[in-house]
Every structure is written in structure tokens, then in C-alpha cells.
Design a protein around this ligand. Structure first.
Ligand code: GLC
Length: 432
């Protein structure tokens, strides 16, 4: 029996089928081009950060092109930053002047985005920052860019989180009501466990998480809520690591999604060349699905509004793999069978997929599968893979001696198929 995750309030049915999404971090930090936390890391004041706002002119921005790139990569949904921690808004919010419409580009960047991705058939979600390093009522804390400026801190003593909370809820309402049916609402993040002595972190009381959740459920009943409001949610969101197994809460498997970067940064980071190779990225996607999870893979477009070539190249290569191996990802989940070394299994009903991270010499031995497989083929070209069941008592003069009861041995070609990760599709017999 395949493992089933705990039921969720939001509609995660499509989500656990689709498995692969695009994350986009885009804002005026793309102009600084050194990570979306640049304001925090370099202790930049509002005045000094203003130059990025004043020079934000993404003249090459073409969300239809982004949507095509995502679709071609095999991605089925997208989550974009409506606002990140620096407070800058991509849409024409009535509640602030700190938005794209007031930069040199002079227009709402979110509306056309939503339309473009929907037109390509992708589901759409917003990442919305709970933190705001620009809002005048957001109390200065240990993560705030002005945390070391004693004069600023003294002058900010009167900041009222209730007023900020009202702004946060008001903007969330705009996002939930002005863009049609939303599929994902991804709030980020809570840090009430932090304490700097002179300030504590912020969490569910500060954000009014319960009310935010209620409003979200009411306005968008199907929407999938992530888990960073500090009050649970529909999906767990491990960040920049691969969980060791299916994620659990209170001992029960839950719906989860690993969010991952291409080079370690979310926002555009010009001098960061720590690009993950395509083979690693494909393996991460497979690894997620083999553990019952999704992968949300990020790009950080440039200040001119383009996805940089290193990212496009990788997405294209992933797309080439997905074109041939999509059915080993979509609709698949963890298998009850235990894969051999350097392999992962994904499964969709009676189709079991063996993903080979290392290509062995001629044979791979599958424990517990003897007698259970009707047919086997390489997925990339539908070429038969011959199967052997070897008598464990037979003399050990042949190379393919598996030596164990219940083992199914596959005969592989010496040459690894020319794909980043080869997959063998196993057609299980009824009741296997
Ligand atoms: C974080 C970071 C961040 C990024 C995000 C993605 O907690 O603050 O910059 O947006 O996670 O998961």
C-alpha cells in the first residue's frame, strides 16, 4: 500500500500530482544583484536603498517568456514574491507607494505575470513576506537593517506592530481578491524563537496568523497555505536541503515541498557562480518525489527582467529530461519497495520507476521484486530491459549471481543511455 499523507484543508490533490514548480524571487534587490537579503546583510538604510527603487527599469520583462521557460522545464506551478522582506511590492497596492508602479518602469508587474502563467496552464501562487524592512510601523528587531543604528532605534521606539499588522492583512486581502483564483499562498516567515536581548523575533501574535489564515481560507477556500505562519498549514517547506525521508508531523506523513535554489541565492546574485549541475538538480527532484514530496526550484531574474542564461540553460536541460521521464515524476510518490544502492524508486500504481544515480556494469539487483514484474524497459527509449531470476543455489560461475532469494536482476546495456538520469520502468504484476 502506498503511503498517503495526512489530509489538508487546502486542495493539495493537484499539488501532490504535479510535483514540480518554479519559485521566483524578484524585486528591486535584483538591481543590487547581491542576494535578496542585501539590505539586512549590509545594514542599508532606506535612504541608501532608494537608489534601487529609483533605477528599477526591467525593460526586457516578458512574463510570457518566463512562463514558456517554466512550462518547457516541466514545471506545473509557479510561486512569485509579491513582496519580499525589503517591503517592495510588485503589484499596484492601494496601501503603499513602495511599489513597481512608482519606479521608472511605471506599471504593475504582477497582473501580467499571473495572466501569462495561467495562459500557459500553470497554477499560480504568491510568496508574501511577513517581515517588512521598509514599513514605518514595523518594529526594529535583530534582523532589521537598522539594528545597529542606535539613533534610528531610539527614534523608532513608538512603532506599532498593530498598525503594521493591519497593513499586512490589508495587502493580503488585495492579493487574495484582485488576481482571481489563487492556488498557493506562501507566507514567509516566523522567528519568534529568536531573542537579541534588546528585541525578540516575531511570530504568530505579531502577524495575527489565525486571522490571516481564516481570511485566506474564506477568500480562497482551495488555496494551499504553507507552514510559516507558526500555526501549521497545508504543506511543510524544507529549505535548501533534502529531507532524509518522507516528512512527518506527530509521526504522520504530511504533504511537503523542498524549496531549492540554482546557486544558493534566491534573488539575483551576479557574482555567485555556485551553480548546481543539472544532474544534481534532476536528482534532487527525483529524491523529493521518492520521499513523497515536491520540489520548488527558484530563479532570481535580473534587474532588466530576464532569467539569466545559466539558469535558462539548466531549466532547458531539466526540461529535456522531463520530456522523456515525466511519467516517473507526475502522479508518482514513494514506493514501499527498497531501492538498491545509488538508486531511487518512484511509483504510480502498478508502474515502478527505478532511477539510477550511478550506472552499474550490466546488472542491477532488485530485492523483493522476483516474480512481481511483468515487463521492464528503459524509459527514455522504451527499449526492453531483460529480467533474470537467479537460483540462489546455482554455482557462482556467472557474473549475474545475485545470491539472494526474491531478487530480480535487470540486464542493462554497458553504455549508459544519454540522459542525465536513466530510468527503468517496471510494470508490476497485479497484486505485486
Ligand atoms: C527565507 C528567506 C528568503 C527566501 C525564503 C525561501 O526564509 O528569508 O530570503 O525567500 O526563505 O524559502
Amino acid at each position: 500500500m502506498p503511503i498517503l499523507p495526512e489530509p489538508t484543508e487546502g486542495n493539495t490533490e493537484w499539488f501532490v500530482h504535479d510535483r514540480f514548480g518554479l519559485f521566483i524571487h524578484w524585486g528591486i534587490y535584483a538591481a543590487a544583484a547581491r542576494h535578496e537579503w542585501v539590505k539586512n546583510r549590509e545594514l542599508i538604510s532606506d535612504e541608501d536603498y532608494q537608489k534601487y527603487f529609483d533605477h528599477f527599469y526591467p525593460d526586457l520583462y516578458d512574463p510570457r517568456e518566463w512562463a514558456r521557460i517554466a512550462k518547457q522545464a516541466g514545471m506545473k506551478y509557479v510561486v512569485i514574491t509579491s513582496k519580499h522582506h525589503d517591503g517592495f511590492c510588485l503589484w499596484d497596492s492601494a496601501l503603499t507607494d513602495y511599489k513597481a508602479t512608482n519606479t521608472p518602469i511605471g506599471r504593475d508587474l504582477l497582473k501580467p505575470f499571473v495572466e501569462a502563467f495561467r495562459d500557459e496552464g500553470l497554477k499560480v501562487g504568491f510568496y508574501h513576506s511577513l517581515l517588512d524592512w521598509h514599513h514605518p510601523e514595523f518594529p526594529v528587531d535583530g534582523l532589521h537593517p537598522m539594528r545597529e543604528d542606535e539613533v534610528f532605534k531610539a527614534a523608532s521606539q513608538g512603532r506599532d506592530i498593530a498598525k503594521y499588522r493591519q497593513y499586512l492583512h490589508g495587502q493580503t486581502r488585495e492579493l487574495l481578491t484582485q488576481f482571481g483564483k489563487l492556488d498557493i499562498m506562501w507566507f514567509d516567515f516566523s522567528y519568534s524563537h529568536l531573542n537579541w536581548g534588546w528585541s525578540t523575533g516575531k511570530g504568530k501574535e505579531d502577524w495575527g496568523s489565525e486571522a490571516l489564515l481564516q481570511m485566506t481560507r474564506e477568500l480562497q477556500p482551495d488555496v494551499i497555505l504553507n507552514d510559516r505562519l507558526e500555526i501549521g498549514g497545508d504543506i511543510r517547506t524544507p529549505e535548501q536541503y533534502q529531507p532524509a525521508g518522507w516528512m512527518q508531523v506527530d509521526g504522520k506523513p504530511v504533504v511537503w515541498e523542498a524549496c531549492q535554489t540554482l546557486n544558493g541565492s534566491w534573488g539575483y546574485d551576479r557574482d555567485n557562480l555556485d551553480w548546481k549541475p543539472t544532474v544534481m538538480l534532476v536528482r534532487m527532484l527525483i529524491d523529493s518525489v521518492s520521499k513523497g514530496g515536491n520540489m520548488l526550484l527558484n530563479v532570481g531574474p535580473t534587474g532588466r527582467g530576464e532569467i539569466e542564461p545559466d539558469a535558462v540553460e539548466r531549466l532547458q536541460e531539466i526540461g529535456a529530461w522531463m520530456r522523456l521521464h515525466g511519467r516517473a515524476i507526475y502522479g508518482c510518490t514513494a514506493s514501499d519497495f527498497t531501492p538498491p544502492q545509488d538508486c531511487r524508486y518512484t511509483q504510480n500504481g502498478d508502474r515502478l520507476y527505478l532511477h539510477l544515480f550511478a550506472w552499474p556494469f550490466r546488472h542491477v539487483h532488485l530485492e523483493g521484486l522476483a516474480g512481481k514484474v511483468a515487463y521492464a524497459q528503459l524509459l527514455n527509449d522504451a527499449s526492453e530491459v531483460q529480467m533474470l531470476e537467479i537460483d540462489p543455489d546455482a554455482a557462482a560461475q556467472t557474473v549475474h549471481m545475485s545470491g539472494k532469494e526474491g531478487v530480480l536482476t535487470l540486464e542493462l546495456p554497458v553504455q549508459k543511455p544519454d540522459v542525465v538520469v536513466p530510468v527503468v520502468e517496471l510494470f508490476l504484476k497485479p497484486g505485486a
